[in-house]
Design a binder for this molecule. Structure first.
Ligand code: PLP
Length: 308
């Protein structure tokens, strides 16, 4: 269980933050919560190595590689050449004895297939984890997170009107929305896209929701509860002055690190959404999805300290 912190008044609303970044493994974050469930499956099954993919700045690869190392399992990572930059995450990932194969993004799919079949032919038993921990197991992890939130609402004596968070592969959002729909709660979860545009970004979230929920679940409920905003995507890993401002704001006022790829964008997007839609007097929960090593990348971009 991660804490929900009361941050007081924010733009005429009451702001709370759920600190997924403080999950107690490998710098935490939503990838740590998803990995816990993936590795439960791995531990229960008959596997001796893991194959996954992700960029040089991937939080997912860091956590998966760390989980592998502590089990004495080999971890194979397929990395797109176009996003293979050296970052704090790639440096940490490199400490876990991983085998990284860097290929052009157009070859990622075939390379994954070739790696899996090569391992199987050699008598190995690989477990494949989709990039970002996408899929029903990742969705399930965030249904449990939603249940945690519902429990904490009771303890805190508060009911959140909105949940805001950074949306990438859409699995975190799919889990939160599924959790809400299964409980029949009234709440608006706003996924702030960090890269994908509409309509595809929202379609992917809806596909993940559908693939988890029982067949025949009311379509209008799914549609009405999937709010996906693509107004603040400056490209994966890229940010702008407003994101930097949001990062400095959260650090100076709350002592909480955000990053340029995910949480800084989501926090900035939340502020803009509140303003644009004239939201006031509501209880708002910001889900801090982690990515702490990326905060340090933001500090030292281009080798310069404090480019924020
Ligand atoms: C991966 C990631 C996200 C996006 O989560 P999805 O489930 O892929 O949508 C958000 N924030 C951080 C810090 C992440 O690492």
């Amino acid at each position: 269980m991660t804490i929900i912190q009361d941050l007081g008044e924010y733009r005429s609303n009451h702001l709370w933050m759920k600190r997924e970044d403080l999950l107690p493994f490998s710098f935490g974050g939503n990838k740590a919560r998803k990995a816990e469930l993936f590795f439960r499956k791995i531990d229960e099954g008959d596997y001796d190595c893991v194959v996954t993919y992700g960029s040089g700045s991937s939080n997912h690869c860091r956590v998966v590689a760390n989980e592998c190392f502590r089990r004495g399992m080999k971890c194979f990572i397929i990395c797109p050449e176009e996003a293979s930059e050296t970052t704090f995450n790639s440096i940490i990932t490199g400490l876990f004895g991983v085998e990284v194969t860097t290929v052009p993004v157009s070859d990622v799919h075939d390379t994954i297939e070739a790696t899996l079949s090569g391992l199987r032919e050699a008598g190995r038993k690989p477990f494949f984890i989709e990039g970002g921990g996408h899929g029903n197991t990742g969705t399930e992890a965030y249904i449990r997170c939603y249940e945690e939130i519902a429990e904490q609402e009771k303890q805190l004596g508060v009911s959140f009107d909105y949940i805001f968070h950074a949306s990438g592969t859409g699995t975190t959002q799919a889990g939160l929305v599924c959790g809400q729909l299964l409980k029949g709660d009234e709440k608006t979860t706003v996924g702030i896209s960090i890269a994908r545009k509409l309509p595809r970004g929202r379609d992917v979230v809806i596909d993940s929701i559908r693939s988890y929920l029982p067949e025949g679940f009311p379509e209008d409920e799914i549609q009405r509860n999937t709010v996906f905003i693509d107004d603040y995507t400056s490209g994966y890993g890229k940010s702008d002055g407003r994101v930097k401002e949001a990062i400095l704001f959260a650090l100076r006022n709350y002592g909480i690190p955000l990053d340029e790829t995910y949480t800084g964008k989501a926090f900035m997007g939340m502020g803009e959404y509140i303003k644009k839609n004239g939201i006031s007097g509501k209880n708002i929960l910001f889900l801090h999805t982690g990515g702490t090593p990326l905060f340090f990348d933001a500090l030292v971009k281009g080798g310069e300290l404090s480019t924020l």
